[in-house]
Design a protein around this ligand. Structure first.
Ligand code: 5AD
Length: 346
């Protein structure tokens, strides 16, 4: 396709055929045009704003055994921890002092954080820190549990679908997990009024372009409010230790496509994107990302929350990190916005 035709095509993302998506996912020669158009659309909806979310990794215990993840249950080489409720509130307090207005509670699938405990945490955080949003990222739960979380005041929920193709899903997860269950959870969350985040790893083992096309079609059904995309990165104590890490440019093309096809979504410049390339953060912003999630977890536990081998900034102070983020964001032509930053139209 000549460049003029591609530029034309990029103006009508709702009409992308599978062949169009394949070309835009696979071909690097259109990457620049794709990113430029994504940046234009992002500015139309969100201006230059980049929203900040404080990430708190509340537990690295996990009952699941995902083949790619360092927190998997079978990994015996990991020191497990759980933050106390007081420690979690402390993290929020520190973040609130820095101006952060969204707290993301993330963990492995850990039954110790039962409904009662999570609901009491949500209520505590929402009461103590006025005007803040609470985002949960605690994995697959029952409809009833999600309902309770929502009633307790949680605003958003992140649950990457990982891959919408069941056969591929089974190459990434043991048989007790399924793509169908994951998708059902996402539809449940949406139906309850959670701002709902889906997402995936690009370059995960056995992933093909067909899978990615299917992921976009699934997201067209779901209409997520947030889309998290990062490259797969190997972890030495997993069955996927020997697989190569995903390439940042495929992340950029899928982020840009997400921005075009779902213009209102909040899209993070993911930690994994930042870890896989020195300019990963800036590049992701240029491709249409508009969220950054600095880590508010206590220093002692940060290195224990290792999903993959490379993690940057593990030892950095949040204050310094936030200053650095501000500088990098402005140098890239955007600006940090510390507001609660709900999804466009929410
Ligand atoms: N590389 C990149 N991303 C990973 N995740 C888990 N393990 C890895 C890895 N090895 C991502 C998954 C999960 C999110 C919390 O982190 O997509 O949903």
């Amino acid at each position: 396709m000549d460049k003029k035709a591609v530029n034309e095509l990029l103006l009508n993302p709702d009409d992308f055929s599978d062949a169009d998506l394949r070309m835009l996912i696979e071909r690097r020669e259109y990457e620049e045009m794709l990113m430029t158009q994504a940046d234009k659309i992002r500015r139309e909806y969100y201006g230059k704003d980049v929203y900040i979310r404080g990430l708190i990794e509340i537990s690295n215990h996990c009952e699941n055994d995902c083949f790619y993840c360092g927190l998997r249950h079978s990994n015996k080489n990991i020191e497990r921890y759980r933050l106390t409720d007081d420690a979690i509130v402390d993290c929020c307090s520190k973040g609130y002092g820095l101006g952060i207005r969204t707290f993301v509670l993330q963990s492995g699938e850990d039954e110790a954080f039962d409904d009662l405990r999570v609901c009491s945490l949500i209520k505590k955080i929402k009461t103590l820190f006025s005007g803040c949003a609470v985002t949960l990222s605690l994995g697959e739960k029952s409809y009833e549990t999600y309902k309770k979380f929502r009633a307790a005041g949680a605003d958003r929920y992140l649950l990457r679908h990982e891959t919408s193709d069941q056969a591929h899903f089974l190459k990434l997860h043991p048989k007790n997990q399924s793509a169908e269950k994951r998708k059902q959870c996402l539809f449940d969350l949406k139906s309850m009024g959670f701002q709902t985040g889906a997402g995936l790893m690009t370059g995960s083992p056995h992933q093909t372009t067909d899978h990615l096309i299917k992921d976009f079609r699934f997201m067209q059904d779901l209409k997520p409010d947030m889309i998290g995309i990062g490259p797969f990165l190997p972890h030495k104590d997993t069955p996927f230790a020997k697989f190569a890490g995903g390439d940042i440019f495929l992340v950029l093309r899928t982020v840009a496509l997400s921005r075009l096809m779902f213009p209102k979504t909040l899209i993070p410049a993911t930690t994994a994107a930042g870890a896989s390339h020195p300019m990963g953060l800036e590049l992701a912003l240029r491709a249409g990302a508009n969220v950054i999630m600095p880590n508010l977890s206590p220093h002692a536990t940060r290195k224990l929350y290792a999903l993959y081998d490379t993690r940057p900034n593990a030892a950095e102070e949040t204050t310094e990190y936030l200053d650095k983020i501000r500088q990098r964001v402005s140098a890239a032509g955007y600006s940090v916005n510390m507001d609660v930053g709900h999804v466009c139209g929410a």
